[in-house]
Design a binder for this molecule. Sequence first.
Ligand SMILES: Nc1ncnc2c1ncn2[C@@H]1O[C@H](COP(=O)(O)OP(=O)(O)OP(=O)(O)O)[C@@H](O)[C@H]1O
Length: 247
Amino acid sequence: MTPVLQVSHLTKSFGGIQAVDDVSLEVRQGEILGLIGPNGSGKSTLFNCILGQLQATAGEIRLDGEPIVGLRPSDLSRRGVGRTFQLLQVFPQLTVVENLIVAGQEHVGSMWSRLVGRRDCGLTDRARQMVDFFLLSHVAQEYAGNLSYGQQKLLDAAMAFMAEPRLVLLDEPAGGVNLTMLAGLRERLIAINARENVSFVVIEHNMEFVMGLCTRILVLAEGRIIAEGTPDQVRRDPRVIEAYLGH
Ligand SMILES: Nc1ncnc2c1ncn2[C@@H]1O[C@H](COP(=O)(O)OP(=O)(O)OP(=O)(O)O)[C@@H](O)[C@H]1O
């Protein structure tokens, strides 16, 4: 079966720095792939190249077998690529449901049709589903700015699923989330992955969280993949321990 995402020999330089250095990887249908590595190892740069926010210096990226290098983030989202952000992207002055609908609208029609058309396109129903799924029903009509940080992270995650994506790139979903909410967040992500057969790539510094969420993990150091395997294999790999300790 064609992988959902194929990255081949991707390189991104900033002047003399090879932030991503000849990286190749594949993401399979329904897989939850973790991307870990010390600070500055190239994780965000790799994400931004995949998402069309940075132009790769060399290499190829394919989505469902089709080359996507050069496509804009909006084109990618229409092709089924969603993302969450390291820093929250919710609108504090909109309610939870309104945030979800706005996130869904990004993928439906042009700005003009959004302004004049008001076609719902099932967004209200999908927003209700996401509110229930991410355990936000009790705050559905609350302004997002009034939610706890953990609830805002759940909302941020839910927003990435509004357009029923095939692939979601999650940038530190556990960052800043307190211990009591972490287990719930991980459980919901695993549940939506299974329910919608969507693939994830997850950047995460919280080792316990990423090891409990992902089926396979890639480890980056200085722009290169230095290890790959199941959470257990990666945890015990001396190259990984050295990359973290030597940093
Ligand atoms: N816009 C830029 N201009 C110049 N150098 C950059 C730029 N973005 C990233 N870098 C450099 O590229 C390297 C990789 O950075 P990147 O942010 O991708 O790492 P990271 O693994 O995501 O780090 P962190 O875990 O701290 O977020 C670093 O040396 C960084 O300083």
